[in-house]
Write a protein that binds this ligand. Structure first.
Ligand code: F0G
Length: 471
């Protein structure tokens, strides 16, 4: 937890205290208000896995910030302008130009979302015996790597695990660990080093430019490809602007461009900072790798001028990527995440502070200290937030990252977190105040909370479809 007194405070526009949403509402979507009795039944029918819930049964949906944001009037206007030609669509030209200018990379491949870009790149760089090293692999990243027979190893700095640390860049990679992994496995066995900005599975915490520079230098010395998983690169750039010396007067696009300049490839799920409901891309510098990836793109996603996307999607991405770097927007974005984290902290809820960019992370293991990891305390908290207030969140703990050892005994994850991800430009401050109130109520009843047991699970990414029973 951020010690009281340590502050990364941000001010409102022109010195005002209130940080307002820098947009107004033009179109609204009704929220259906359900009762506790109804939600108990809905969750039971969903086998205590909120991924199985119908979204109309959710009041505030903080399951993910991915593809759930609101598009702007300019993006919607772009949807009408989208050119749906199979080959040579001008909408592709626009997307290619904007992505090229944001990343500084030469070869851009459109994909239907981030994991498609991961599959294309990691099937080229992976394979049995290969090792991938990341600050923290996101679950689809890890799954795509392991699916090729390679191993994915996380190497984030120790401060990442310390909620009491006010370290400003808790997403940084542990460069000593990186160096020792490279020398113990041999550089030729390293498929790639992946810097995830911000570090989603590690709390949405930012990575500093200094750290990116050090990681890049190690990769260049050993000729290891460095991949930037850049789905939240605009938020990361804003943290650098606020916290890293020398970047105070750079624009977030300049900061991002400098970071891209340190990498050989970039993968983006455009569903995050490019503010669209669907889309992604793979950006590369190397011609022969781009040629190999393009073959897989055409076979599995689509032709080079659309990948897995419609022309209208590509228009929305081109506009959304530029809007995602707007600094008034980023200011409000980072302030609203911080607002929720501070509210929860004041209530005595153990939250990761300083807050990350896209989400607030609650320590479910500490909140429900009486429930052991084998009984999934964070998943229990996810269930109780839903039942109490219709708030849908996601477990990032032993359900998501737990494994079984050689004898089939469960090995818990390092931490039992609950993520409250904030969709972009979607909820207002009063929605967040409501979420805090729901937490207060759950906290009030916490001694009577019980854990869960898995009754059915798939082999990969079990959190999406597993079924549970309440104990
Ligand atoms: N990399 C990171 C860091 C991500 O957060 C995600 C998705 C992906 C890759 C994959 O992108 O969903 O477009 O295929 N994260 C979402 C989340 C799903 O909820 O955090 P995708």
């Amino acid at each position: 937890m951020l010690p009281d007194g340590v502050s990364f405070a941000v001010k409102g526009h022109m010195g005002f205290k209130t940080i307002i949403e820098p947009f107004r509402v033009k179109s609204v979507e009704p929220i259906r208000l359900t009762t506790t009795v109804e939600r108990k039944e809905y969750l039971r029918a969903a086998d205590y896995n909120p991924f199985r819930l119908d979204s109309r049964k959710v009041i505030i949906d903080l399951l993910t910030d991915s593809g759930t944001g609101a598009m702007s009037t300019n993006q919607w206007a772009g949807v009408m302008l989208g050119d749906e030609a199979y080959a040579g669509s001008p909408s592709w030209n626009r997307m290619e130009e904007v992505v090229g200018s944001v990343t500084g990379m030469k070869f851009i491949l459109p994909t239907h979302q981030g994991r498609a870009a991961e599959r294309i790149l990691y099937t080229q760089l992976g394979g049995t015996g290969k090792i991938f090293i990341s600050n923290t692999h996101f679950d689809t990243t890890r799954a795509n790597i392991e699916y090729t027979g390679a191993r994915a190893i996380d190497a984030v700095i120790q401060e990442s695990f310390d909620d009491d640390s006010a370290y400003p860049f808790k997403g940084n990679m542990d460069v000593n660990k990186l160096e020792s992994l490279v020398s113990s496995h041999g550089p030729e066995m390293i498929g790639a080093v992946i810097l995830t900005v911000t570090n989603n599975s590690g709390g949405g915490q930012p990575v500093s430019m200094q750290n990116a520079r050090e990681v890049s230098a190690i990769c260049r010395t050993h000729e290891i490809p460095l991949v930037l998983d850049c789905c939240r690169v605009a938020e990361n750039a804003y943290f650098i602007k606020l916290r890293e010396k020398g970047y105070e007067s750079s624009t977030c696009r300049e900061i991002a461009l400098e970071m891209f300049g340190l990498a050989d490839a970039a993968i983006m799920s455009a569903k995050k900072d490019a503010m669209v409901n669907m889309g992604g891309f793979l950006a590369l510098r190397d011609q022969s790798l781009a040629d190999a990836c393009t073959q897989v793109l055409i076979i599995t996603e689509g032709f080079t001028t659309y990948g897995g996307l419609s022309g209208r999607d590509m228009e929305a991405i081109a506009t959304g990527l530029e809007e995602g770097f707007d600094e008034h927007y980023l200011h409000y974005r980072i302030a609203s995440t911080r607002f929720l984290a501070d509210r929860l902290h004041t209530l005595g809820v153990p939250v990761m502070r300083p807050a990350g960019g896209h989400a607030v992370y609650v320590d479910g293991g500490a909140f429900y200290a009486h429930i052991p990891p084998a009984r999934f305390p964070a998943q229990a908290l996810v269930c109780d937030l839903y039942i109490t207030g219709g708030v849908r969140t996601v477990e990032i703990g032993s359900v998501m990252f737990g494994k079984y050892d050689g004898e089939g005994r469960p090995v818990p994850a390092k931490r039992e977190l609950v993520r409250l991800a904030l969709p972009r430009r979607t909820y207002t401050q009063s929605h967040l105040e409501y979420v805090a109130e729901v937490f207060a109520e759950v906290k009030h009843q916490k001694q009577s909370a019980t854990g869960l047991r898995i009754v059915e699970e798939p082999r990969f990414l079990r959190h999406f479809t597993a079924r549970f029973e309440r104990l």
